[in-house]
Design a protein around this ligand. Structure first.
Ligand code: NAG
Ligand code: NAG
Ligand code: NAG
Ligand code: NAG
Ligand code: NAG
Ligand code: NAG
Ligand code: NAG
Ligand code: NAG
Ligand code: NAG
Length: 378
């Protein structure tokens, strides 16, 4: 239903404006507390609009996105539009103390920027402290009306947000790490669309499930919203065809495993072409360094329509240190030369590989907390 509504909205935008100018898509975000139970424990987390993950934003390439952020949380907040080029709108990018002062508790701020030259999946997240652990959501950019994907139209699109969960307040956990100089506490779980899945305590009923129809092809929009770890992602018995990363189309690449670094996105097509039944999708870390990390596994279930199976098939996952698998995947991804929004960069498509891996601290705010911009801008 949502998908059809969205297609309609794109068509209306086409009627209402010229093809070139795009529509204005306007939303409000209320940043507030949510009391939630995970891993046997009730705790208060910071989210947008009372949901974890937060709302999915959908635009068409060429649209202008306007988001009014009302900070009803006890924390300083900014929102970063991860991966958006921000052409001529750098001040809307969101990293705290880099492009703006924080939105103080009780204050509001409006982000306004045009999205051009990008199609696919990105995401938005808080860019203050570790709050992005729970303040995040998908940002989906469709081709503008009259244009199509450079691959067959999928039956349905399914956002898959991989998250990282702490038993405890993430701001306190970060501050504890900064104060002691010792690595902050590891996370206690990973999650799929906010649910840790049945390998964790008290989480049997918190396992993400999605229904598919045999014979249909689905576009999974996979986002690694974890803070610290690259993740392997697999679906039992199903290959995936990678068609985009970071809102840029790729040469279609068939694989049975993905590696997605924190902050990165990968769009894949899967066809429900196996026996009617149920199949686990699972994410587990890829970690080549010899350090202590959260080595747990999150999983969700793909259920074929009319399946009567009560024991889903589990994929065999790579070991955390499986660098050959990670390298094979990363080194095989190339841009879709000549495809929509393609811009030749550098001497060869192979040099347009995946972006560098974000380092543990790069977004956590080891920066000055002084702000010289007048409060009236907030
Ligand atoms: C967030 O919640 C507000 C208040 O209920 C609502 O007006 C707004 O449409 C919601 N935003 C999104 C993106 O769903
Ligand atoms: C929101 O959560 C924070 C952190 O747990 C807590 O300090 C604050 O009192 C909560 N505020 C409300 C209004 O519940
Ligand atoms: C970090 O983990 C330790 C050991 O489990 C725990 O005692 C401490 O409360 C945790 N810190 C925070 C801020 O939750
Ligand atoms: C899970 O759901 C079932 C059925 O609704 C219920 O009987 C069971 O107690 C729940 N388990 C947990 C751990 O919440
Ligand atoms: C997955 O792709 C590989 C290589 O193209 C192929 O050998 C294999 O049969 C495929 N597996 C499934 C389940 O489609
Ligand atoms: C995860 O790490 C712990 C502690 O290092 C270890 O005991 C455990 O076997 C590891 N689990 C997996 C699945 O690798
Ligand atoms: C599922 O079962 C219903 C009722 O028997 C049937 O109409 C439908 O076509 C089946 N779906 C698939 C994908 O086989
Ligand atoms: C929130 O931002 C203001 C303005 O930069 C700053 O003075 C204050 O220390 C910040 N609060 C926290 C808890 O970082
Ligand atoms: C299909 C393809 O491009 N395969 C390449 C994947 O990467 C490895 C190196 O890691 C190459 O050997 C393969 O040819």
């Amino acid at each position: 239903m949502a998908r059809f509504a969205f297609v309609l909205a794109c068509a209306l935008a086409l009627l209402a404006s010229s093809v070139a100018s795009g529509a204005i898509v306007e939303h409000s975000f209320n940043v507030n507390n949510l009391t939630i139970t995970r891993l046997c424990k009730e705790q208060s987390i910071t989210v947008v609009n009372g949901s974890y993950p937060g709302p999915t934003i959908r635009v068409c390439e060429g649209d202008t996105l306007v988001v009014h952020v009302f900070n009803q949380s006890p924390y300083n907040i900014t929102i970063h539009w991860h991966g958006i080029f921000q052409l001529l709108s750098a001040w809307a990018d969101g990293p705290v103390y880099v492009t703006q002062c924080p939105i103080l508790p009780g204050h509001k701020y409006t982000y306004r920027f045009k999205i051009t030259g990008q199609e696919g999946t990105l995401w938005w997240h808080a860019h203050v402290s570790w709050l992005r652990a729970t303040v995040h959501g998908a940002l989906i950019i469709h081709p503008k009306a009259g244009r199509s994907f450079p691959f067959p139209k999928p039956y349905q699109e399914i956002p898959i947000i991989l998250g990282e969960w702490w038993n405890g307040n993430v701001v306190d956990i970060e501050n504890e790490g900064l104060a002691t100089g010792i690595a902050p506490n590891n996370s206690n779980a990973y999650s799929i669309n906010g649910l840790p899945g049945d390998l964790y305590d008290c989480s049997q009923n918190q396992t993400y499930q999605v229904k598919v129809v045999k014979g249909k092809t689905y576009l999974l929009r996979i986002i690694n919203a974890a803070l610290n770890n690259q993740l392997f992602y697999k679906i039992a018995n199903h290959n995936m065809t990678v068609v985009a990363i970071e809102a840029a189309y790729t040469t279609p690449y068939i694989t049975d495993v993905l590696v997605v670094a924190p902050g990165q996105t990968t769009d894949v097509l899967i066809t429900a072409n196996q026996q009617t039944g149920s199949y686990y999708m699972a994410a587990t870390p890829y970690m080549s360094a010899n350090i202590n990390f959260d080595n747990t596994t999150t999983r969700g279930i793909i259920v074929y329509e009319n399946s009567t199976s009560s024991s889903p098939i589990m994929p065999a996952l790579p070991n955390p240190g499986d660098t050959p698998t990670a390298h094979k995947f990363n080194s095989n991804i190339t841009g879709l030369a000549g495809g929509p929004q393609w811009v030749p960069v550098g001497p060869s498509p192979h040099q347009r590989g995946r972006a560098h891996v974000r380092d543990r601290w790069s977004e956590s705010g080891a920066v000055s907390r002084k702000c010289h911009v007048s409060r009236s801008t907030q």
